[in-house]
Write a protein that binds this ligand. Structure first.
Ligand SMILES: [Zn+2]
Length: 256
């Protein structure tokens, strides 16, 4: 049995309302060593902490997703600060930029991104970064800070961008997208990411890998991603599981 970590999940999502507790226990017994539940709003960050307090193998990240910035009160950072005092909070995230859907407020997203980067730095916490259709601005904001202690999640950029992310000292994390038939770009990016900088995630309930594409995703499906990476890198699935676990524990150093 493979043992592995899901470094980015959303078990607060309503898709898990019918069977959340049973599912999480079963996943843990089935090889999922740890799960990091990622915050997107104040409420969902608190939900992540509540989950982490209920299940010893779950940890939390707290932060405001760029798409949620517009609905977040301006004093949010005080609340994030309070939440981050909880010892099961291992990172600030997910934070970043998302220009995918019409009507986004670029200036506001950038302000939230930079404020939370500052906060993470001050607290010495790693960051989980979300960037969609915003590579240029994301890389500019990160680049002016020099080194970044964090992970670029659900990586969808080019091999060239992957190299820049690695040069900042960050890890890169892939989802089930890697298994999709049209995943050429992700596969090319994976080629430049060494095993000691790689992390795994589901981003569940979204992004279910093949052969479950389109279904509700859960952490158990990481096995499909592990097998794909092993095949592409010419190593064993065990090695992929082990190295990604090591990398995650190193980055999220509050995890046990
Ligand atoms: Zn996510």
């Amino acid at each position: 049995m493979l043992t592995y970590i899901d470094s980015h999940a959303h078990y607060d999502a309503e898709q898990f309302d019918p069977d959340r507790a049973e599912l999480l226990e079963a996943l843990h017994k089935g090889g999922v060593r740890n799960i990091v539940n990622i915050g997107c709003t104040l409420e969902r960050s608190q939900f992540s902490i509540d989950l982490a307090e209920k299940f010893p193998f779950i940890y939390a990240a707290v932060g405001i997703h760029p798409e949620d910035a517009a609905d977040t009160p301006s004093d949010y950072l005080e609340k994030i600060r309070k939440m981050a005092e909880n010892e099961k909070v291992v990172a600030v995230g997910e934070i970043g930029l998302d220009y995918h859907f019409e009507g986004f407020d670029k200036e506001l997203q950038m302000r939230f991104f930079e404020e939370q980067l500052d906060f993470a730095e001050e607290k010495n916490l790693p960051v989980v970064i979300h960037s969609r259709d915003a590579t240029e601005d994301t890389m500019r904001i990160l680049g002016k800070r020099g080194k970044i202690n964090g992970v670029m999640h659900c990586f969808s950029g080019s091999a060239e961008t992957a190299k820049q992310v690695l040069a900042l000292g960050m890890n890169i994390s892939f989802t089930g997208v890697l298994t999709f038939k049209n995943a050429r770009k992700a596969v090319e990016a994976l080629e430049v990411v060494p095993l000691d900088r790689l992390m795994l995630e589901t981003d569940c309930p979204y992004m279910a890998p093949e052969p479950n594409r389109g279904k509700r995703c859960d952490s158990g499906m990481i096995v499909n991603v592990i097998e794909k990476i092993a095949e592409l890198k010419g190593v064993t699935p065990e090695l992929v599981a082990e190295k990604t676990m090591e990398n995650t524990l190193k980055l999220f150093s509050r995890m046990k």
